[in-house]
Design a protein around this ligand. Structure first.
Ligand SMILES: Cc1ncc(COP(=O)(O)O)c(C=O)c1O
Length: 451
């Protein structure tokens, strides 16, 4: 890519102006990153003005191989050149067959050996809807158990199990909210392992309390590491407790791996850290190799739908299946899962050093290459666990300072105060150093500008 300023720069400004007046007020990333990407390769994105950025957002965790990986492009080109139909509802194709093989080979054998897959509409939220609906059909029950801080998507059912309290509240009638372990901002005000233990105890006792107000639910849905919720990893013991509690009560456990899948957390699938076998897994983002694709995979005893019970026009995206199969196999064959674990641990240790040095960094956490830095107001009053108040204005300044330094990092979590690092698994050591240097510099500069 040329380092010189691109002749398209003025066109970029015009595009941004038109976007502002033509697109909805709900524009999100476009507000955080007012750039017009014209080229991208690996973790580098080049804007119309010729500026280059290291992309630590990766399509909200989608691009595990970065932008336009040669293996992905080759799979797409091969499919295009083959004359295969690009849109096929849910008909059988060689590409779908191959994707399904690659997917099942990648899943934990104890789960995959007795599993079925349903191809859903193309977004993660579609697969969440499908999983909840399937379990309602299979159990004949209605309710769902979901967690504080959860994010499952933007369609009605997925929004109902999402934790965020929005300006347009969804109907959550059938959802029982349970406390997710979050040591820094512990829902029980105790923190550490004890907070996770109390969450498990509370869940178990609530479900067994005949006056607890909870009807037998159709499913529990959870993320092994909450992503949009602020990069909050659940302890493995807690996940095993949830598996035991749900299994003992005949409640199907759905694990939403839309963001955690395909090596992101240092395991191919985040459930592998705890060794639990869920009843269903919801998968999207990386499985399409940067193109839209979503599935729910579930244990065969829940295969309760009648033909046509969950249809949809866009369930046969041939290009996404080819790109997804290539991605799954590349991640497995090139040691990217171990690389995610190893480099993620190193980067997290460097971020932890930043926390020890800079009072505005309240907490650093993550798993593999899914890392979070929680920004706080050091002048505020700590809560019972020592957590300082969130500082949303500082977080915005840090995001802007990162962008000025050529680093794309988005915010998430409570009050949008967690910097979320989701680099591609192909990130080099040099790029990791550059990310950490730019981030540290940006946090220091933003903190100074407040003082
Ligand atoms: C855990 C999780 N579930 C579901 C979704 C929804 O996916 P989509 O945005 O493709 O609908 C997301 C999106 O970020 C997610 O992180």
């Amino acid at each position: 890519m040329s380092p010189t300023v691109d002749a398209a720069a003025p066109a970029g400004d015009a595009i941004l102006r038109r976007q502002r007046i033509r697109e909805s007020a709900a524009r999100t990333y476009a507000r955080s990153f007012p750039i017009v990407p014209v080229r991208a390769h690996g973790m580098t994105v080049e804007g119309a003005d010729g500026r280059r950025y290291l992309d630590c957002l990766s399509g909200a965790g989608t691009l595990v191989l970065g932008h336009n990986h040669p293996v992905v492009l080759a799979a797409i080109r091969r499919t295009l050149d083959s004359g295969a139909p690009l849109h096929l509802l849910d008909l059988a194709t060689a590409e779908k067959d191959d994707f399904t093989t690659a997917l099942f080979e990648s899943l934990p054998p104890a789960f995959a050996d007795r599993a079925r897959v349903h191809f859903c509409g193309p977004a993660g939220t579609d697969a969440v809807e499908a999983a909840l609906k399937l379990m309602r059909t299979a159990t004949g029950r209605r309710g769902a158990l979901a967690f504080t801080g959860a994010y499952h998507g933007m369609t009605a059912g997925a929004l109902a199990v999402t934790g965020s309290v929005t300006a347009a509240p969804p109907a959550r009638g059938d959802v029982t909210r349970l406390p997710y372990p979050y040591p820094y901002r512990c829902p029980f005000g105790v923190g550490g392992r004890l907070g996770a233990e109390l969450s498990a105890t509370y869940t178990e006792r609530l479900l067994d309390d005949p006056s607890g107000g909870v009807d037998a639910p159709a499913a529990m849905i959870l993320e092994a590491v909450q992503g949009e919720g602020g990069v909050v990893p659940a302890p493995d013991d807690w996940l095993r407790a949830m598996r035991r509690i749900t299994a003992e009560r005949g409640i199907p456990l759905i694990v939403d791996e839309v963001q955690t899948g395909v090596g992101r957390t240092g395991a191919m699938w985040a459930v592998e850290h705890s060794g639990i076998t869920p009843d269903a897994m919801v998968l999207s983002k990386a499985i399409g190799g940067s193109l839209p694709l979503a599935v729910v995979v579930y244990r065969e005893e829940y295969d309760a739908w009648q033909p046509g019970a969950h249809t949809g026009t866009f369930r046969g995206n041939t290009l996404a299946m080819a790109a997804g199969a290539a991605t799954l196999r590349y991640v497995a064959a090139h040691g990217l899962v171990a690389r995610s674990a190893e480099l993620g641990a190193r980067m997290t240790a460097r971020l932890a050093a930043l926390r020890d040095r800079l009072p505005v960094v309240g907490d650093v956490r993550g798993r593999g290459l899914m890392m979070g830095v929680e920004l706080v107001d050091p002048a505020g009053t700590p809560d019972a666990c020592g957590a300082l108040p969130a500082d949303p204005a500082l977080a915005v300044r840090v995001r802007e300072a990162c962008l000025r330094r050529g680093l794309i990092v988005e915010l998430g979590g409570r009050h949008d105060t967690v910097l979320r690092l989701l680099p591609p698994l192909t990130i080099t050591d040099e790029q990791a150093e550059a990310v950490l240097d730019r981030l540290a510099d940006a946090v220091e500069a933003a903190a100074r500008s407040a003082a």
